[in-house]
Design a protein around this ligand. Structure first.
Ligand SMILES: [Fe+2]
Length: 254
């Protein structure tokens, strides 16, 4: 019998508000997330949901309660980490307890997922402080026997968009040095960039995923909004370390 291959739904940059009709760049972010979940779940329940930050736009408890409301419904684990628009302490307290887990490590068959916090207070760019890098190195040491997927908010590799690459992971070199010492790392998954990318670096797949609300124009010198609709990503983790992945888009909710 084939070994199980968990299927994860990756959503990111939901940018929710406490207000019922909060809009960002013209998109009702709550309706948009609801529409993404409906479209994704129509193709079958995932084994878990991975949410890589900027869950809130207004840093309110209410915005996390709205996230909780929508993400409790699928009845599967929801693994979260914060982004630059989040209030990490509020995120932790409002999304405490099952089905939610914020940060830490998760074992899933032949795989381990490691969730990092790359937020830097008062800054839209990110940094992994020494404690996070040390935790990552120790977790990788512990998970020598498993394939590893690392998730964080900020992108570690440049995507060719000057303004956005200036707000990436400031100490990407430190992070990549840790990754380079761990041959069992298969993928690094991020949000923040509101666009899809899939880059192979020394056999590790660096993936980013569209936002569930609006997108940034790829390859742009200055900030610019793309016309692409809300999106999400499927990640299937095969027992032999391979990853099948696919980005999906939905029609923008009216
Ligand atoms: Fe972000």
């Amino acid at each position: 019998m084939a070994e199980p291959a968990p299927r994860l739904l990756h959503i990111t940059d939901t940018h929710l508000f406490a207000a019922t009709d909060g809009r960002l760049r013209g998109v009702d972010t709550h309706r948009s997330l609801a529409a993404v979940l409906k479209a994704a779940l129509a193709t079958g329940a995932p084994d878990a949901v991975l949410a890589t930050g900027d869950l809130s736009q207004d840093e309110s408890a209410g915005s996390y309660r709205r996230f909780r409301g929508l993400l409790t419904a699928p009845g599967v684990p929801v693994w979260c980490l914060p982004g630059n628009h989040d209030a990490p302490a509020l995120l932790d307290s409002e999304l405490a307890g099952p089905p939610f887990q914020t940060g830490g490590s998760i074992s899933l068959g032949n795989w381990a997922l490691l969730l990092l916090d790359s937020t830097l207070p008062g800054d839209h760019g990110g940094r992994l402080p020494p404690a996070q890098l040390a935790w990552l190195a120790a977790a990788l040491e512990e998970q020598r026997q498993r394939h590893v997927l690392i998730a964080l908010h900020h992108h570690a590799l440049p995507l060719g968009s000057r303004w956005l690459d200036e707000l990436g992971l400031y100490n990407a070199a430190d992070f990549l040095a840790v990754v380079d010492r761990a041959p069992q790392v298969r993928a690094v998954v991020a949000g923040h960039v509101h666009q899809a990318s899939d880059i192979d670096r020394r056999g590790v797949r660096f993936l980013t995923t569209p936002s569930t609300c609006f997108q940034f124009l790829p390859q742009a010198e200055h900030f610019a909004v793309d016309t692409r609709p809300p999106g999400y990503r499927w990640l299937q983790l095969h027992a032999d370390g391979r990853i099948s992945t696919e980005v999906a888009w939905i029609p923008p909710p009216q």
